[in-house]
Design a protein around this ligand. Structure first.
Ligand code: FNR
Length: 182
């Protein structure tokens, strides 16, 4: 049976390159993985005052969806050499209530996608810092910094063969690593 893997995208814009890459991962993932895009744009900024016995319904929905998955792939842009706030907010929401984090032990991958040349290195590693604390083992290789993403699509909006090959390498490496963990 295939493993259900959450895919969290760190850009909310409809024409997001990160979203495009996430959808390509869905298409090319091996049969051992079933990738599910999980929404984070509707999560109110984390505030303990609203995280009561009756938290916002989006917090509950998000926590249940992540809890039902056996791994998480983060696909993120870099904002000002760091992590977009929406991803950090999602991490915080999923980490509470205290002692009931939905992240613990779930194998993760971090893919950063940028129009810039550095490929979102800063965002990628800032995200990894939180994943250490959240106890999420994270794929080390191949490192997935995807730069100049705007030149990775042709005039018809199709991904170039070279970039698609790299995305295949990433998702297949994640799939075989996840198999070995269990
Ligand atoms: C950016 N961008 C950007 N790029 C980068 O490589 N390093 C950076 O630090 C930043 N900083 C940054 C801040 C803010 C507020 C925005 C809106 C953008 C550019 C970014 O890589 C580009 O907009 C991507 O296309 C964003 O990803 P999506 O939305 O296409 O998935």
């Amino acid at each position: 049976m295939s493993k259900k893997i959450a895919v969290i995208v760190g850009s909310l814009r409809k024409d997001s390159f990160n979203l495009k890459v996430a959808k390509i991962f869905q298409e090319i993932a091996p049969p051992s993985l079933s990738l599910q895009l999980i929404s984070i744009g509707d999560l109110p900024l984390y505030n303990e005052d609203i995280d009561t016995d009756t938290p916002p319904s989006s917090y509950t929905r998000f926590r249940q969806e992540i809890a039902a998955c056996q791994g998480v792939i983060f696909v993120t842009p870099e904002y000002n050499r760091g992590l977009p706030a929406v991803i950090k907010n999602a991490l915080d929401v999923g980490s509470r209530p205290y002692g009931k984090s939905v992240w613990s032990k779930k194998p993760a991958a971090v893919v950063s996608v940028s129009q810039g040349a550095i490929g979102g290195f800063g965002a990628n590693h800032q995200l990894r810092q939180s994943l250490v604390f959240l106890d999420m083992p994270t794929l080390q290789q191949p490192e997935a910094y995807i730069g100049n993403i705007n030149s990775s699509f042709d005039e018809n909006g199709n991904i170039t063969a070279k970039t698609k090959e790299f995305l295949s390498l990433i998702i297949n490496s994640y799939a075989s690593w996840v198999e070995k963990l269990n």
